[in-house]
Design a protein around this ligand. Sequence first.
Ligand code: ZN
Length: 367
Amino acid sequence: MSFSRIVGQDRAVGRLRAAIRGGRLAHAYLLTGPAGVGKRSLARELAKAVLCERAGGQGADSCDGCRECRAVDEGGHPDCGTLMVEEGGGGGGPAAGAFPSGQAGSGGRFRPVEDSDREIKIASIRELTRRLSLRSSSGRTRVFLIPGAERMNEEAANALLKTLEEPVGSRLLVLTTSRPEALLPTVLSRVARVRLRSLSPEEVEAHLASVKKLPRDEARELAAASGGSIGAALAASVAGVRAARRFAAERLSAAPGRPLELSEAMMGYAREAADAAGGKGKTLEPVRRELLALWRQALGIHRAALGAALGAGPADSADARLAALGPERLERAMAALLRADRALRDYASPELVCRVLAGELAAALGG
Ligand SMILES: [Zn+2]
């Protein structure tokens, strides 16, 4: 029963299963929700539920074990394609890499799971349309997944729109995005939208421990810093989390009165971490990701500090100094961190965001 592997998304799963059961699955779905809460996993499970040779009946779920199911899981099913944009090289077209099998690797640090920030261009969508027009070898529904759909440029989105307007044959498109506002309204109006919710640290921990078989203490540590993102937790290492956490605790607790120093330290940290992860500072994107990771650490510390304030147990010793600032100051600091997070998501300059944030943090924590 493979839909059951999706953590904490009973409503979204229930809606899709009801549609399968009632034979009224839409031609195109858009799965939305924060990064790392299971959008891609749900898209894949939906593909399996549609293609599974033992599917059917009231379960409206895949068997998770037949040849079809395994092929979808391994990325090699002839009737299930995933649109991926080739990493590196700087070439424009989709080349041969537009529909590779398998998953992108993950580094030792936190990565937002909308992993490739490369634009989806019209050539990729044309290739997808061409594949959609082919007949399925088995007469089954053809399923295409478009992760990170917000990466489509306007030309690509318009090309996809044509495909959405002319549903041909038996096919299912599943788009996923954490930024639906970045999609054209015309695209949004032609897909059935299914929202996934944020996960609690406890849900992330439970998933890491039970599905990924991580030791409980590691699972708890990664979950606390994950910002409710299973993807982020999976892409992180415990050592990386501890280092970033220590950095965040030390710097934030030293913030009052020293905004410039804090801003420089954060940028320095982000650059170093991005270089270590292979970013080499060529673009600001890896820096942005590391800064996001840092905010997640701060969130984890904040939660621990609040827990301590509410008597839920002592905060980690590395966080004690920060926790001592008290919940009101930390709330204000978190509001500033979340504003910075939003600005970074909107691709504001990390330097500028850091400078503004450092000033706000100094004011929030000093008050
Ligand atoms: Zn199956």
